[in-house]
Design a protein around this ligand. Structure first.
Ligand code: FDA
Length: 304
């Protein structure tokens, strides 16, 4: 728990983020990040597609505090959608609202998101709005609701099982028949808003997915937890939910053998493929999830 908190605190450090950009992909980050350019990321997607696995590309970026950077980040999203289309790979796009200006001005963020969704709709593609820390939760859900009403199935959102409010949020969003990604939650949250105990988070994850699926809405089950995956498969079988009504999602570099096994069994599997030079916060969250990764990092530091 202490190690987790240290990495989550480090993930928010502005100086370390800046230093990481200068150093480039180091200290084992390459295991979780598919390079710094869109070309290398597209290559990673091609390799996944060859195994029957779909992707969602994320040009890394978050916590932007000025309008100029937010516009540059929106441009990166356009370029990613263009690259997916011209390469003909099977991938959609994931983005974070603080990357395109949520902390600068809601209206600016709304404008960027609308333009990105216009492009995605034109290409017949899909954009998933990642969920960030609790402070951004409500603003993210309300923008999603606003844009879902305009862009329909071009846009999806994320629900974090560690938040007490998520059950009510799934209920509230159900009027939109949304495509929701379910995750456990990767940020450091207070026990006032989130279950501190992992067993409660796991139980809530299952409850939320089952409630959503029973309503007949599309679920992206984003976890590497084999017990939860096995339970979802059993639930689908027992309730006559077809394989086309849900997909499994995992992160690039994590449990690749499980990704392949599920794809070979005929399930839709989508891997979240992050790329770009703003890899530091993402990498620290991956270390926080699994302190054993620190040994892997120390080994790669010895080699570099
Ligand atoms: P759990 O942490 O219980 O891990 C289960 C098993 O998975 C572990 O025993 C281990 O084998 C493996 N594992 C998990 N994490 C690992 C790691 N870092 N390194 C190596 N092995 C690991 N969060 C969020 O707050 N907002 C979001 O928008 C998203 N988006 C998102 C998309 C996708 C596709 C995924 C898979 C995850 C996210 N997350 C997220 C992250 C999520 O909240 C969560 O932190 C991680 O998925 C880890 O939790 P698990 O569900 O895998 O379970």
């Amino acid at each position: 728990m202490i190690t987790r908190n240290v990495f989550l605190a480090l993930s928010r450090s502005a100086w370390a983020t800046h230093a990481a950009r200068i150093w480039g992909l180091r200290f084992g980050a390459r295991r979780f990040v598919a390079g710094e350019t869109v070309e290398t990321a597209i290559e990673a997607v091609r390799e996944l597609n060859a195994l029957g696995i779909k992707a969602t590309l994320d040009h890394l970026g978050e916590s932007v505090t000025d309008a100029k950077t937010a516009s540059e980040m929106a441009e990166c999203c356009f370029r990613t959608l263009d690259a997916i289309r011209s390469a003909g790979v099977d991938s959609n796009l994931s983005l974070k609202l603080t990357q395109i200006g949520l902390d600068v001005d809601r209206g600016l963020c709304r404008t960027h998101l609308g333009r990105i969704l216009d492009r995605a709709r034109e290409y017949g593609n899909f954009v998933r709005i990642d969920m960030e820390g609790y402070a951004h939760n409500e603003a993210t859900l309300s923008l999603f609701e606003e844009l879902r009403a305009i862009y329909g199935e071009t846009v999806g959102a994320v629900i974090q099982a560690y938040l007490y409010k998520s059950e009510a949020d799934v209920e509230r969003l159900s009027v939109h028949s949304p495509n929701l990604r379910f995750v456990k939650g990767a940020y450091k949250e207070s026990p006032e808003v989130a279950y501190p105990d992992k067993a409660d988070v796991d139980r809530n994850f299952v409850r939320l997915v089952e409630a959503h699926a029973k309503r007949g809405h599309y679920a992206a089950i984003a976890t590497h937890d084999e017990a939860i995956i096995a339970r979802a498969i059993e639930f689908a079988l027992c309730n006559g939910i077809p394989k086309t009504a849900f997909e499994f999602q995992m992160l690039y570099g994590i449990r690749p053998e499980l990704q392949r096994r599920l794809a070979d069994d005929g399930y839709t599997v989508r891997v979240y493929v992050p790329f770009g030079d703003d890899w530091y916060g993402y990498f620290m969250r991956r270390l926080a999830e699994r302190p054993a990764n620190v040994w892997f990092v120390l080994k790669s530091m010895r080699k570099s």
